[in-house]
Design a protein around this ligand. Sequence first.
Ligand code: AHN
Ligand code: ZN
Length: 320
Amino acid sequence: MLLLLSVALLVACGGKKAPQAAQPQAPVVVPTFDADSAYHYTAGQVAFGPRVPNTEAHRQCGDWLESQLRRFGAQVTAQHVTLRAYDGTVLAARNIIGSYKPETRKRVLLCAHWDSRPWADADPDPKNHHTPILGANDGASGVGVLLEVARQLQAQPTDIGIDIIFFDAEDYGEHADHDEPTDGIAWCLGSQYWARVPHVDGYMARFGILLDMVGGRDARFHREGLSDYFARPIVDKVWAAAHASGHGQWFPYAEGGQITDDHLPINQLARIPCIDIIGHYPDTGFAPTWHTMDDTMEHIDPAVLRAVGQTVLQVIYNEK
Ligand code: AHN
Ligand code: ZN
């Protein structure tokens, strides 16, 4: 009987050797995130000035971001789209997508917003409440980290495909003085558009990771509430990666509040489980520089950029 079985196996295998047991996998080498280069890419955006839609600085920074992604070997798609803000302003917006291994179906989405807030409406000095902010942390930091991830992807490709998306018009939400209701969500206009009209028909990814305010000194990344609601296993995976890569101190397992951010339309409309790594501060909420004139490079800490960047690399290089 055994003999018959082995003959049958030999026949089934076309006479070749019986299949070997799976070889032990070579350990994954996760590249080292360069925080100085992420810092440099963050400063590079801030140097254009406030990146408010419909301004020259915004247009020039958008061109620069596309050229950086191309330089790092991504296939770049720009979604130019006209979006209407809550106050009726018509925004010439642009979502910028850099794709690695676009032909691969196993994909992970990494994203951040690249626009900056048109008004410092949380500034302690009311005379600044209609002045645009530099958005070093709020905007540029997430994009800076992802540009460094892009550079790493060119040097050492991942097994899976990666899409890096820079969303526009995230931060055009209601001014603090605005008190009439708005229909729909005034924030996250670029991601709402992309979630309805992705850059590739029928686009799907295993999961997404949004980075928002990932460079502020003394930041803490608590588990964000909507991420836990829509994508708890991904929060678990990413927090485990943070702790495994030695950056657990920045990623307490405690839950922070729910934050309306670009991951919401990705979860609700595009139906891709997406989490938000967003800087909170113990007790006080967002950074003290949030939506103020003080959101400048002075308050960016490369150690924070490193903690987030290395965590992202740890996750994506371990996806098979
Ligand atoms: C709200 O304040 C509702 N959401 C904050 C999203 C945000 C603004 N992220 C950066 N700037
Ligand atoms: Zn903001």
